[in-house]
Design a protein around this ligand. Sequence first.
Ligand SMILES: Nc1ncnc2c1ncn2[C@@H]1O[C@H](COP(=O)(O)OP(=O)(O)O)[C@@H](O)[C@H]1O
Ligand SMILES: CC(C)(COP(=O)(O)O)[C@@H](O)C(=O)NCCC(=O)O
Length: 310
Amino acid sequence: MSHPILSPFVEIERADWARLAPRTPNPLTEAEVRRLRGLGDRLELREVAEVYLPLSRLVSLYQESAARLHRETTAFLGAKAEPTPFVIGVAGSVAVGKSTTARLLQELLRRWEGSPKVDLITTDGFLHPNRVLEERGLMGRKGFPESYDRRALLGFVSRVKSGEAEVRAPVYSHLTYDILPDDEIVVRRPDILIVEGLNVLQPPPSSAHLAVSDLFDFSIYVDARTSAIREWYVERFFALKAGAFQDPLSYFHRFADLTDSQARAYAQEVWDSINGPNLVEHIVPTRSRADLVLRKAEDHTIRSVLLRKV
Ligand SMILES: Nc1ncnc2c1ncn2[C@@H]1O[C@H](COP(=O)(O)OP(=O)(O)O)[C@@H](O)[C@H]1O
Ligand SMILES: CC(C)(COP(=O)(O)O)[C@@H](O)C(=O)NCCC(=O)O
């Protein structure tokens, strides 16, 4: 007799999750929510109150518990407790809305007791520069695990986690479609570090190696049906065509004047040859490694929350 594989998660429907909303007033204004909302996302104040406030409360519970365990363990060992940053991973497909989730979480966590310092980095800064991707024949594989300098990303997060005073990360530009050679982000001993990117939940290449996910204290996977994400990607391409691509400095400026049907065909082609295969082959298989999954409906709202059984 075959046994069904047990899910590692309990699924909490949206209405039940919303009931967990702490009785604190929504700390964000309409204007702040608009600023945090990514292109194509339809984030509303109600979504913040019903989904993200309980989420940020849950994350801060995990953080308090990790800090307590750290303090008690170091006291047990007779060592001096140096607080270490709590590291949160946010994973999911291109165009699923990871950056909105990560920015919102950053703002909400900053507003919890003690006003923790919350920094956010995106893993696109650790993509190899186009020059290297071209040399390796990887320009059509941007976002696949091999397109990143995974060792540098792991080194960065390890150094932040070990409490280094200043740790620097490279910066990627969607405008130039490349790493900015003269730019960097400096992270200075945050209480919480959010690491957002497609591949942050990848397992290590072998059991002898570490992956960045080994350093996460909590991880979130933003999920939706692949067909819905493909449509969101195409819609966003249209919004970018009317906006960012109009800038003559944009790498995509040449697409600014495509007709609607040419633009749709081009966006679908990029999805079907790069982002779709990456989602199916590399990103979806990491979903079960997350501590929490936010499952979105076709209209971008969160339909349910899956929480790892503790
Ligand atoms: N070609 C582009 N030009 C300008 N901005 C872009 C471009 N592609 C994506 N972006 C922006 O980059 C951010 C990250 O996008 P993405 O990696 O697809 O993650 P997600 O949609 O899950 O946040 C989004 O805010 C998106 O609007
Ligand atoms: C820059 C990205 C790889 C995302 O990187 P992330 O920050 O998630 O590591 C992605 O948004 C991207 O540009 N993919 C290339 C294919 C495309 O243009 O959609």
